[in-house]
Design a protein. Structure first.
Length: 273
């Protein structure tokens, strides 16, 4: 298990306040935390400073693998694209301010032009160098276009940039109709983060949404096979608990984080035995 760092994506305990999320992640035993731009923006709008957020992270010994997310960049041109880029700059600045390594770059919900997406992703990567953060390409299982590993990887191939990376996620692989084997062949250094979650047997795959995600080990996905692929790829980054389940949001966030970490460790222990 020492090959991986264990992180908490703050979507898992979304209703908690930002500073409480940071404290809870540390107190329950995580070494990393994924933050959201929307939370950072709300904190600033309420009079807080990102310097205070960074201090809290440092005081609690938490690394920040990613901040989430960039939108509207992949399938756009002209004025719409320039607006997306300006917003990307603002969000990259936030990510840099809290010490994040990556900023997740999400696809549109519509069918996407992967050639244009690759060109635009290259632009994002170059912009990221100015801010000191690396945009990481994400696929989403419930969108019409970039919903499988192969689609995100095509964008990466077109971009042909040394800083390109991919975000892997069991739920999105399943929801998008992909195969676990699609992860094979991706070098460990090209994986920005591995989001950890599981999917239930019901509702049907094509009807599931983020809200249906469950704790690792509580669903039907072969997480062990995925962990084995990560291990073989030489991935040594963060495995991060990312859930959006409203049932968990109604529970005590400290308890949700604690249970989630226990279940992550159990799955990893079984997988790496």
């Amino acid at each position: 298990m020492s090959q991986f760092q264990l992180g908490l994506n703050t979507s898992t305990i979304r209703p908690a306040r930002l500073m409480d999320k940071i404290r809870i992640a540390a107190e329950t035993g995580y070494s990393a935390i994924e933050l959201w731009n929307d939370d950072l923006t709300a904190y600033e709008e309420q009079g807080g400073s990102l310097a205070d957020v960074k201090k809290a992270l440092d005081d609690h010994g938490l690394s920040v693998p990613t901040v989430i997310a960039l939108h509207g960049w992949l399938n756009t041109t002209g004025t719409e694209h320039q607006e997306a880029i300006e917003e990307a700059k603002r969000r990259m600045a936030q990510a840099a301010a809290v010490g994040s390594t990556y900023i997740i770059s999400s696809p549109p919900r519509a069918v996407a032009d992967l050639q244009l997406g690759g060109e635009n992703y290259c632009e994002l990567l170059e912009l990221g160098r100015e801010f000191g953060v690396k945009p990481a390409m994400e696929f989403l299982g419930f969108v019409d276009g970039v919903n499988q590993v192969k689609h995100a990887w095509k964008v990466i191939e077109v971009a042909d940039h040394p800083d390109s990376t991919i975000v892997l996620d069991p739920f999105h692989i399943y929801r998008g109709g992909g195969e676990i084997e699609d992860m094979k062949g991706i070098p460990g250094e090209k994986i920005a983060v591995f989001h950890f979650n599981d999917a239930p047997a019901e509702p049907a795959r094509a009807e599931q949404s983020d809200a249906d995600r469950v704790y690792p080990g509580d669903g039907i996905l072969d997480l062990g096979q995925m962990i084995a692929i990560l291990k073989d790829a030489g991935y040594e980054g963060v495995i991060s608990l990312e859930l959006f389940n409203p049932t968990y949001w109604e529970e005590d966030p400290t308890e949700v984080a604690r249970i989630g970490l226990e279940k992550m460790k159990s799955v990893l222990s079984d997988s790496l035995a």
